[in-house]
Design a binder for this molecule. Sequence first.
Ligand SMILES: *[C@@H]1O[C@H](CO)[C@@H](O)[C@H](O)[C@H]1NC(C)=O
Ligand SMILES: *[C@@H]1O[C@H](CO)[C@@H](O)[C@H](O)[C@H]1NC(C)=O
Ligand SMILES: *[C@@H]1O[C@H](CO)[C@@H](O)[C@H](O)[C@H]1NC(C)=O
Ligand SMILES: *[C@@H]1O[C@H](CO)[C@@H](O)[C@H](O)[C@H]1NC(C)=O
Ligand SMILES: *[C@@H]1O[C@H](CO)[C@@H](O)[C@H](O)[C@H]1NC(C)=O
Ligand SMILES: *[C@@H]1O[C@H](CO)[C@@H](O)[C@H](O)[C@H]1NC(C)=O
Length: 928
Amino acid sequence: MIIHMFFLSYLLYSWILADLAYGYYLKNCKIRGNLNDSFDIKVLCGKRNLEVIPTDIPQNVSILDLAINNVSKIGMMDFQGLSKLRIVNISWNQISEVNNGALGHLKALQELNLAHNRLTTLSEHLFQGLANLSLLRLDDNLITTIGSSSFQHLFNLKTVNLTNNKLCSIKEIQNIVQLPHLQELYAGSNRFTSFQSQELSNMSLGLRLLYLSQNPLEIFRITADVLPYLEMLDLAYCGKLESWDVDRSFLRNVKFLNLSGIQMSFEKMSMVLQTVNSSLVYLRLYKIKKEKVKGLIDVACHIPTLRLLRVRLNNLSVLSEDFLQSCKQLTDVDMNENNVFHLTEFSLRSMVHLSVLKLGHNHLSSVPNATRNLPSLTLLDLSFNFIKKLECLDFANLTGLTHLFLSRNQISNIGKCVFQDLKELRVLKLGSNKILNLNDAFMNVLPQLETLVLVFCKLSCLRTGDFKSLQSLKTLHLYDNQIDNMENGTFEGLGNLTELILSSNKISQDYINHNVFRGLTHLRTLDLSSNFITYTTDGYLNSPPFSDLTSLENLYIHSQRHKGMCHLPGIIHTPKLWFLDISKNEFTALMPKLFHPIPRLNRLYLSKTHLQSLDFIIGAQLNRVTYLQVSKNEITVVNETELRSLPSLTYLDMQFSTFTCGCSIAWLIQWMGSDNQTQVVAANMFTCKYPGEFKVTKLLDLDLQFCSVPLGLYYCISTTTLVLLTMLASFTYHFLKWQVVYGYYLFLAFLYENKRKQRKPLTNGCEYDAFISYNVHDEPWVLRELLPELEGHQGWRLCLHHRDFQPGKPILDNIVDGIYGSRKTICVMSRRYLESEWCSREIQVASFRLFDEQKDVLILVFLEEIPDRQLSPYHRMRKLVKKRTYLSWPRAGEHTGVFWQQLRLALETKDVPARDNPILTGVRQERD
Ligand SMILES: *[C@@H]1O[C@H](CO)[C@@H](O)[C@H](O)[C@H]1NC(C)=O
Ligand SMILES: *[C@@H]1O[C@H](CO)[C@@H](O)[C@H](O)[C@H]1NC(C)=O
Ligand SMILES: *[C@@H]1O[C@H](CO)[C@@H](O)[C@H](O)[C@H]1NC(C)=O
Ligand SMILES: *[C@@H]1O[C@H](CO)[C@@H](O)[C@H](O)[C@H]1NC(C)=O
Ligand SMILES: *[C@@H]1O[C@H](CO)[C@@H](O)[C@H](O)[C@H]1NC(C)=O
Ligand SMILES: *[C@@H]1O[C@H](CO)[C@@H](O)[C@H](O)[C@H]1NC(C)=O
C-alpha cells in the first residue's frame, strides 16, 4: 500500500517536472530539426553580425552554419564538445587566425567551409584530428603559404578548393595532391605560372578533377603518367599558355575540357584538342575569337566521342549551313549569348542525334525555321530573345520535344495550332511575355503537359475551360499577371493538378468560390497570396471556397493587398491541410472554430496580422502544430493555457513582440529558459512595452524573483510534502481512522472547555438561549426578521456577535464564549455563509461542541435553497444536512407563522443526545 502510494506520488512529481521543462532558445541561432535526433540537428547562425562563435550551441549538433558574420578568429575552445558535428560552414567571415588544435574537437567533421575569409598561412597542425574530413573549402582567402604537414592528417580528404588565393608555386600543393583519397582539386585564380608534372609528383595520382582556370599559366608540361585518372581539366582563361608539352597518352581519360577564353593560337589549340582526341565528351569554348571558333569546332567535331559542345559568348550572329556540318554525333549544343539573329534553314539538319539545343539570350525575332523537323530534339531553349509571334509551323514535327522554354520574349498571342505537334511535351515555360489572353491556345493539344509556366504575363481573365484539355497537368504557375476575373470552371478538367500558383494578381474574394476550384481533387498546393481578397465578414465560413480541394496540403493566402483580409474563409473541408500561411493580413482576432478541425495542421504562419492575443489557440485543437510563426504582431501577453494547447510545438517565432512585463509573464521567462521541446526564436531579443519604467528592457533581464518562489523549488517542495503527507495520511487512515478523529475532537473540546472554565466558571444556567452565527450579508434578515420575532415575540435571549461581543477580546474567544454560553447555536445558512463563515477556523472549532457533548445544540436555518452539489465542498455541513433536519425560510413562503413556531420548538428542547431528536420531527425531511 505504502509503496504503491509512493510510486504514484513519484509519477506525479516527475510529470510536473517534465511538463515544466518545455521551451528553450539560443541567443543568436536557430535550430532546425529534432533535438532528440542528433543526426538531424542543424544550427543556423548565419548573417547575425557575430564577432565570436556562440557558446550556446547544443553539443549534439550535426550541421552548423556560421556563414556571413564577422568572426575573426577560431579560438581553442570555440568548438569544444561538438564531436557530432558533420558539416561546418563558416564562410564569409573575417577569419585570419585559427588556434592550433581548435578544429581538433570536430572528430566527426566531414565538410568544412572556410571560404571567403582572410587566412594567409595554413600552419602545420591546423587540421590535426580531422581524420574524417572529405570536403575542405579554402577558396577566396589570402593564402600564400601552406605548411608541409598541414594536410597530412586529412587521410579522407576527397575535395579541396583553393581557388582565388595567392599561391605562386604548384609545389605548395604537392602534399595535397598526394593524399590517398584526393579526387578533386580546385586551384583556379591563383598565381601559378607553370604546371609541370615533375613539380607535382613522381608517382601517379588519383586526381579526377583539376581546375586551374584563371591562372597566368605559361607552361603546361606533363612528362610522366601522373594523372592517369584525370577526367576533367579546366584551363579556362589561363592566358597565353605559350608552352604546351603533353604526350597525348598522359591525358587519355579526359572527358571534360574547358578551353574558354584562352589566348593560344589556333594551331596550338588544335594541338591541345589532339591530346584528348580519344576520350573527349564535353568541350567548352566560351569567348574564343569568332574567327577561331569555326575551325576549332571542326577539329573538335572530328573527335568521335564528343557529344556536348558549349560555345557561348562568341558573337556568332548568323549560323550558316556549314557551321556545324561536321558535328553529326553531337547530342547537346549550347549557343546561348551569341547575338544570333539568323539560322539558315538547314544549319542544324546534320545533327541527327541532337537532343538539347540552347539558343537563349540571342537576337531571334521569330522561331527559326532551322529548329523544325528535328524529331530527336527533347529540349529547346529559346528564352531571352525577341520573338513576337508564334506561328502554326514553328514547332512542326518536333514530336520528341519534352521541354520548351520561351520565357522572356515578346509573345503576345498564341495561335490555336502552335503546339499541335508537341505530343510529348512535359514542360512549357512562357513566362515574362505579353500574353493577354489564352484564347484557345491549349485546346486539344499537349496531352502530356505536366508543367505550364505563364508567369509575369498580362493575363487578366481566365475563362471556363481555358486549360480543359491539359489533362496531365500537375503544375500551373500563373503568378504576377493581372488576373482579376476567373470564371466558374476555369480549372475544369485538371484532375491531375497538384500545384496552382495564383499569387500577385488582382483576384478578389468574389472569384474565389468552390465553383472556380471545382474538380481539383488532387490539388495539394494553392497559392493565392498577394491578391485583393478581403473577406470583411465571416460569412464565408459557411460557404467555404476550398471545399472541393480535399487533397489540399499547403495553402498560402498571405499579404492581401489594400487592407488585407479581415477574416479567413472556412478551411475545415480540407482535412489534409498541413501548411497554412495567412500572415501579413489584418485579422486582429481569429476564432478557434476556423481551425476546428484541421487535424493535420503542422505549420501555421501568422506574422504581421495585427493579432493582439493568441486566445484562438484555446479550443482550436491545433494538436499537431509544430511550427508557429506569430512575429510582428501586437501580442503583449502570452498566457500559459494558450501555449499548453499546442502540445506538439517545437518552433515558436514571436520575434519583434513587446510584452506587458509583470508577474503574469514570469512563467513565460521560466518556460523559455528551460530546455527540451519548444525552441523560442530569439527569445533574448524580446523587450517590454509596459509598464513605462520597463520600456525597452529585455524580457529576460527582468528580475521577477519576487513573483514567486522559483517554480522548480516550489514544485519540488510541494511535491515532496505531498508525497510525505499522502503516505502519512494513507497510513493513518488505514489503521487508525477512528482513534485519530475522536482524539482530535476530544482534544479540542478539552482545550476550550478548560479554557472556558478557567476564565469564567459558569453556573448551570446559560447566559443566552441561542448564539446566532451569520454572515454580514445576511444581517438585514437577522435584524429585521429574526431578532424582532425571537427576542420580541418569543422572548428568547440571543447572542449576536456584533452586538454582544466584548470589545478588545480576541474574536475566537468571543465566539467560543458565545457558543458555550448559549444553549443553542443557530446557523443562518446562505451561500455566502458557507464560503466565509462556515470555513472560518473559529466556527469549525467551536462547532465541535456538537460532537464533544453529543448534544443537540445546532439549529440550521436555510435562507436560500442550496442544491446538494453546491454543498459538496463543505463535507461536514453536507453530512449534517443529510443526517439532520433543518428549517428553510424560502419554503416557509407566506406562512411564516409555521416557520417561527418550529423554531420556537427547536429552541425549547432540552439538551438531549442528538440521535433521538423528538422535537423537529414535524419539519420536512427531504434530503434523505
Ligand atoms: C570553389 O571556389 C570557387 C570560388 O570561390 C567557387 O566559385 C566554386 O563554386 C567552388 N567549388 C567547389 C566545388 O567548392
Ligand atoms: C522559313 O521558311 C519559310 C518557308 O517554309 C519561308 O517562307 C521563310 O522565309 C523562312 N523564314 C526564315 C526566317 O528563313
Ligand atoms: C513534317 O514531316 C513530314 C514528314 O516527314 C513532312 O511531310 C512535313 O512537310 C513536315 N512538316 C513541316 C512543316 O516541315
Ligand atoms: C491524369 O492523367 C492521366 C494521363 O497522364 C489521364 O489518363 C487521366 O485521365 C488524368 N486524370 C484526370 C482525373 O484527369
Ligand atoms: C459561380 O459560382 C458562384 C457560387 O458558387 C455563383 O454564386 C455565381 O453566380 C457563379 N457565376 C456564374 C457566372 O455562373
Ligand atoms: C488564458 O486566457 C484564456 C482566454 O484567453 C482564459 O480563459 C484563461 O483563463 C487564461 N489562463 C490563465 C492561466 O491566465
